[in-house]
Design a protein around this ligand. Structure first.
Ligand code: NDP
Length: 318
């Protein structure tokens, strides 16, 4: 059986940063990088808000650089999916297994990431990064002085609309019902913002492209007697929630004791202030526990924090 001091699951900024810090602290990490490595940045175009790249950097290039850094440090990384974690209470060790192998370890860092929910309509994928976006903080800057729409009725949609109202010349907030999940204070702020127009009872039915970029959207009113409406715009921000990739690790098997639940009611890993879950020795970093910031730089910082906590625990226990 292979043994490593720490096993990291995930190869986005959170997992790779945890690996870099742990290796440099001599804490022998092993990374399960997943068959599709690199997390959300792998599917992004230009990243202009990650410090250190004055002209921005393409998301996949940023991830390749991080993987290169991991390899230069000789950190073992296997591009396969970890499928289970089991804890043995007797020796305190975890067994983390993929289809290909099992690794025993003292600590686990879950850096599983999350995915934005999609509208699932034609052309959405093709126009992603070409007018369709899932993050106003990341991409809003590209729409300075332009017309954009935000889809959704929760706090994220209102927060994105308010953020974009300071950059774009006009923001439509489009929601499928006439009442909102968002908090009243956010709704009031949006209503009072002259740059934001709220359209209710409407769903995006069609995306229209011109020269391979988004040119307009067609809305269908949920009242069938109302006409369809076309809006010409440059940016569409989909803010209809996120799905953390935690389904495989929602419960952890403790040998002889049953299972411990790791997630909250929305599927996010629950952690304390030190990013430790309610199973001692299992930590979480990045978007699988963070439903507030969802930024690459924050995910990297959480990976660093987990590594430092593991290092402190290991010093304390030795
Ligand atoms: P939510 O689940 O709260 O809201 C998702 C919204 O998207 C809902 O209005 C939903 O509509 C709509 N929606 C879902 N699927 C579709 C679809 N296929 N087509 C059109 N619309 C759709 O997600 P959020 O990301 O907004 O928020 C997640 C959590 O994070 C919440 O607890 C929120 O309060 C919190 N948060 C807090 C913030 C803050 O405090 N500053 C900022 C951002 C988030 P419907 O209502 O009809 O279901």
């Amino acid at each position: 059986m292979i043994k490593h001091k720490t096993v990291i699951i995930g190869s986005g900024p959170a997992g790779l940063t945890a690996g870099i810090y742990l290796k440099r602290a001599n804490l022998d990490p092993f990374i399960y990088g997943g068959y599709e490595y690199g997390g959300q940045l792998q599917k992004t175009t230009l990243v202009e808000n990650f410090p250190g790249f004055p002209d921005g950097i393409e998301g996949p290039t940023l991830m390749e650089n991080m993987i290169k850094q991991v390899k230069n440090l000789s950190i073992p990384i296997e591009f396969e999916d970890a499928l289970s974690i089991e804890k043995d209470e007797d020796n305190g060790e975890f067994l983390v297994s993929s289809k290909e192998r099992s690794v025993s370890t003292d600590n686990v860092v879950l850096a599983l990431g999350s995915n934005p929910r999609k509208l699932s309509i034609p052309l959405e994928e093709k126009l992603s990064g070409r007018g369709v976006s899932y993050c106003a903080t990341c991409d809003g800057f590209f729409y300075k002085g332009k017309t954009v729409a935000v889809i959704g009725g929760g706090d994220s949609a209102f927060e994105e609309a308010l953020y974009l109202s300071k950059i774009a010349s006009k923001v439509y907030l489009i929601h499928r019902r006439d009442s909102f999940k968002a908090s009243n204070i956010m709704i009031e702020r949006a209503k009072q913002n002259s740059n934001i127009e709220i359209i209710t009872n409407s769903e995006v039915q069609e995306l229209i492209e011109s020269n391979n970029v988004l040119e307009s959207i067609v809305l269908r009113n949920t009242n069938p007697s109302e006409d369809r409406k076309r809006i010409v715009l440059q940016g569409l921000f989909v803010a209809i929630g996120h799905t953390p990739n935690t389904s495989l690790f929602s419960n952890i098997k403790i040998k002889g004791k049953g299972e411990v639940k790791l997630i909250d009611e929305n599927g996010y890993i629950q952690v304390n202030e030190f990013l430790e879950t309610n199973v001692k020795g299992i930590y979480s970093a990045g978007d699988c526990d963070d439903h507030i910031y969802r930024q690459a730089v924050v995910a990297a910082a959480e990976g660093c924090k987990c590594a430092i906590m593991i290092e402190r625990q290991s010093t304390y226990n030795s």
